[in-house]
Design a protein around this ligand. Structure first.
Ligand code: ADP
Ligand code: MG
Length: 647
C-alpha cells in the first residue's frame, strides 16, 4: 500500500488559513491599517469600492519596504515583528502572526507599491492567488500602498457568503472607527466610491471621538482619567443626553487594542444607573492600560476577548472612575479644556489650562486671581466640589421657572450692531426673546442629571450692576459673579434653537415688506440646504430667481428689518464653524444663529432685563459655557478678594 498523506499545495493551505484571518473586507482592512500603523505611518488613507468587495486600498506614509522585504511580506509566517517566542508575549504591535498578507494574497488580486524613504526607486508587485505576476522597480511615494481587488475572487463560496454592501460597509466602519479611535495622532481618511466619508485630522482623543461619533458631542463628553499603580483609565463617557438607542458607540481598549467585554460594559452601565433611561446605552470610549502580565489576550486575531488575572479589581476600578467623572461633571459641568485647537486659540480659553501654559503664566497677576478654586477658569479639574456647593443652591431649585422676570412683549434686535460698538443712546429692550414662562420645558429633553446652578442673591445687594455695557455683576453667597451678557445670551438662544429643532418650531411672523437677499452662487446653494432648519427656527425664505431669496417671515420675537443682515451673518459664521471646526451642519447653524441674534456688547440693560438674562442662563442645561466653549461667567470668591487685599 502506498502512503496516503500529501502535503497540501501552498495555495490551498493559504486559502484555508485565509479563512481564519480574512472573513470579509473589514478584516482585511483591519490588518492593512494595523500594518500601516506598525510601519510608523502618520497618515493612513483608505479607499474603497463597493463596500470593499471590488477594491480595498490602504495608502500609508510609513517606513516602506525594500524590494526583498516587499516580496517576502507575502510569505506565510513572514513578519518583521517577532524574532522569538518571548516577543510573542511582549508584543505591543498590532498584528503579530505574519499571516495577514499571505492570507489576503491567497484570496485576492493584490497590487503593492512601496518605497523606503531612503531609496530612490520603489517596488511594484502584482500577486494573484498567491502567484506573483510581476515585480519591478517603479516610481512611488515613500510609504506603502496595498490595493486588494476582488476579494475572494477565487473562492466563490466565500464571495457569495459576503453580505449586502450596506452590511459589509457597516463592518468596515466599525473596524475603521476602532482603529482610528486608538490612534488620534494619526491622520485617517475613508473614501467610498469616490465620496469622502471620514477625514480625520491628527489631534487629541476628544477631537477624534467627535470626528468619528459626531461633532455635536463637543459639550457632551465627560473626561475620565484615573491612575493607580495597577492600571490606568483614560477616555470619555457621553453625558446622559448623549446616550443612544443602540450599543454602537461603546468602545473599550486595553493597551490600545479594541476589546469586547460584557463584564466591563456592565461596570460602566451601572455607573449610569438612574441617569439614563432603560433601553438606552451610554456612549463611551475608554482606554485601560496595565502591565501585559496581568492579561491574557487570546492570540487569535479575530477574537477581541481578553482575560484579566483579577477581573474584579478592573470592574470596580472602571465603575468608580465613571462614577467619579460623572459626579464631577454634574457639579461643575465641562471643566474640560481639551477643546478644538480653534476653540483653544480663543482668548477666553487660552488662559492657563495646560501645564505648559500654567508655567508660562504662573507669575502673571491675572493668573493668580483666576486660578483659585471655584473659578470658572479653575485649572484643577477636581476638588472644587465644596466650593460649588457653597456658592449655589442645590439642584432642588432646578425646576424653578424663570418666573416673572422674563419678557413677554416684543423685543428689539441688535443684530446690526457689531461687537464692541458702544451705543449709549440705545435704551430699548435687548434682543433676547423671553423663554417660555415654563422655562424648563424649553430645555432639551432627557437630561435628568443636569444641575442648574442658580446664583443665590445676597440680601444686601438687591440690584444687578452692568459694567461697561458688557458684563453683569451680581453678588452670590460666597462672593460675586461676572456674567458676559453676549456669551450668556448666546447660550440661552442656542439651547432655545436646539429645542426648537427638536420639539416645537419657533413661530414665524410674516414680513410686511418682504426683503430680497441677493447672494453668490455658493452662498445660495449653502443657504438653500438650510431652508428647512431655518424655517423651524422662524425664518421663512423662498427662492426668487437667480441666486436670490425673498425673506417672507422672521421669528415672531425678533424685530423686523434686520433679517437680511442676520441671515448674512449666519452664512458667514456657518462657513466659519463648518470649515474651522468641522461641525455638523445643524450644530453650525445653531451656533451661527445664536451668535447673530445674541445681544451685543454696548447694549445697555435694565434691571429687569439683566435679571431675565440671569434666570434664563441658569435655566439652561449647560449654563457655564457659550456654545463655542467660552465661559459665560466667572466667579470670584470673597476669600480671593480678601487675599488680594492682603488678608
Ligand atoms: P505581521 O503584521 O504579523 O508581521 P503581515 O502579513 O501583516 O504580518 O505583514 C508581514 C510583514 O510585511 C510585516 O511584518 C512588515 O514587515 C511588512 N509590512 C506589511 N505591511 C506593511 C506596510 N504597510 N509598511 C511596511 N511594511 C509592511
Ligand atoms: Mg500584520
Amino acid at each position: 500500500m502506498s502512503d496516503i498523506i500529501n502535503l497540501l499545495p501552498d495555495n490551498i493551505a493559504n486559502q484555508i488559513a485565509a479563512g481564519e484571518v480574512i472573513q470579509r473586507p473589514a478584516s482585511a482592512i483591519k490588518e492593512l491599517m494595523e500594518n500601516a500603523i506598525d510601519a510608523g505611518a502618520i497618515e493612513v488613507k483608505l479607499i474603497l469600492k463597493d463596500a470593499g468587495k471590488a477594491l480595498i486600498q490602504v495608502i500609508d506614509n510609513g517606513c516602506g519596504m525594500s524590494p526583498t522585504d516587499a516580496r517576502m511580506s507575502f510569505e506565510r509566517h513572514a513578519t518583521s515583528k517577532i524574532r522569538n517566542i518571548d516577543d510573542l508575549f511582549a508584543i505591543r504591535t498590532m498584528g503579530f502572526r505574519g499571516e495577514a498578507l499571505a492570507s489576503i494574497a491567497a484570496v485576492a488580486q493584490v497590487e503593492l507599491k512601496t518605497r523606503r524613504h531612503e531609496d530612490e526607486l520603489g517596488t511594484h508587485i502584482i500577486i494573484e492567488g498567491t502567484e506573483i505576476k510581476s515585480q519591478e522597480p517603479c516610481a512611488a511615494a515613500p510609504g506603502t500602498s496595498f490595493a486588494i481587488k476582488n476579494l475572494f475572487y477565487n473562492v466563490p463560496a466565500r464571495r457569495n457568503f459576503l453580505k449586502s454592501h450596506s452590511t459589509e460597509l457597516k463592518h468596515i466602519m466599525d473596524e475603521f472607527t476602532r482603529v482610528a479611535l486608538s490612534f488620534p495622532h494619526i491622520f485617517f481618511s475613508l473614501n467610498h466610491n469616490g465620496q469622502e466619508v471620514f477625514h480625520l485630522e491628527r489631534g487629541n482623543l476628544k477631537q477624534r471621538v467627535m470626528g468619528l461619533l459626531g461633532n455635536n458631542l463637543n459639550a457632551k463628553l465627560v473626561p475620565v482619567k484615573e491612575e493607580t499603580d495597577y492600571l490606568t483609565i483614560n477616555g470619555f463617557v457621553g453625558k446622559p443626553d448623549a446616550a443612544n438607542k443602540t450599543r454602537g458607540n461603546q468602545f473599550f481598549f486595553v493597551n490600545n487594542r479594541f476589546i469586547k467585554s460584557t463584564y466591563l460594559n456592565h461596570a460602566v452601565t451601572r455607573a449610569f444607573e438612574g441617569l439614563i433611561e432603560k433601553e438606552t446605552f451610554p456612549l463611551y470610549a475608554l482606554f485601560i492600560e496595565l502591565d501585559p502580565k496581568h492579561i491574557d489576550i487570546n492570540v487569535h486575531p479575530t477574537k477581541q476577548e481578553i482575560k484579566f488575572d483579577d477581573e474584579k479589581i478592573v470592574y470596580a476600578f472602571v465603575h468608580a472612575a465613571i462614577k467619579h467623572a460623572l459626579a464631577q461633571f454634574s457639579i461643575a459641568p465641562s471643566l474640560d479644556f481639551d477643546l478644538d485647537p480653534s476653540i483653544q486659540s480663543l482668548d477666553a480659553i487660552n488662559r492657563p489650562f495646560t501645564s505648559d501654559k500654567q508655567e508660562e503664566t504662573r507669575g502673571n497677576y491675572l493668573y493668580k486671581t483666576f486660578s483659585s478654586q471655584g473659578q470658572a477658569h479653575m485649572i484643577e479639574k477636581s476638588g472644587s466640589l465644596d466650593n460649588w456647593k457653597e456658592m449655589y443652591k442645590g439642584a432642588e431649585q432646578m425646576s424653578r421657572p424663570a418666573s416673572g422676570s422674563s419678557f413677554s412683549g416684543k423685543t428689539a434686535t441688535t443684530q446690526g450692531e457689531t461687537v464692541g460698538s458702544f451705543n449709549r443712546e440705545q435704551t430699548s429692550f435687548p434682543a433676547f426673546p423671553a423663554m417660555p414662562a415654563a422655562a424648563p420645558e424649553a430645555r432639551p429633553v432627557a437630561q435628568p442629571v443636569q444641575k442648574v446652578l442658580i446664583p443665590e442673591q445676597q440680601e444686601e445687594i438687591k440690584g444687578l450692576l452692568q459694567l461697561h455695557q458688557q458684563y453683569i455683576l451680581s453678588s452670590i453667597r460666597s462672593g460675586f459673579i461676572l456674567i458676559d451678557q453676549s456669551l450668556a445670551h448666546q447660550r440661552i438662544l442656542y439651547e432655545r434653537y436646539a429645542s426648537a429643532l427638536m420639539n416645537k418650531p419657533i413661530a414665524t411672523q410674516q414680513n410686511l415688506f418682504p426683503l430680497t437677499l441677493q447672494l453668490t452662487p455658493a452662498d445660495y446653494t449653502l443657504l438653500d440646504s438650510m431652508l428647512d432648519e431655518l424655517q423651524t427656527l422662524g425664518y421663512l425664505l423662498e427662492p426668487f430667481g437667480q441666486n436670490t431669496f425673498v425673506i417672507q417671515g422672521t421669528p415672531a420675537d425678533v424685530e423686523q428689518g434686520n433679517a437680511q443682515k442676520a441671515i448674512e451673518q449666519v452664512l458667514e459664521q456657518f462657513k466659519h464653524y463648518s470649515s474651522e471646526l468641522r461641525l455638523e451642519k445643524r450644530e453650525s447653524l445653531l451656533r451661527s444663529l445664536a451668535r447673530s441674534n445674541a445681544i451685543a456688547y454696548g447694549k445697555i440693560l435694565s434691571q429687569k432685563e439683566m435679571q431675565a438674562l440671569i434666570d434664563e442662563l441658569f435655566a439652561c442645561a449647560q449654563p457655564n459655557f457659550a456654545p463655542t466653549g467660552k465661559p459665560t461667567f466667572i466667579t470670584i470668591t470673597l476669600e480671593e478678594v480678601r487675599k488680594m487685599f492682603g488678608g
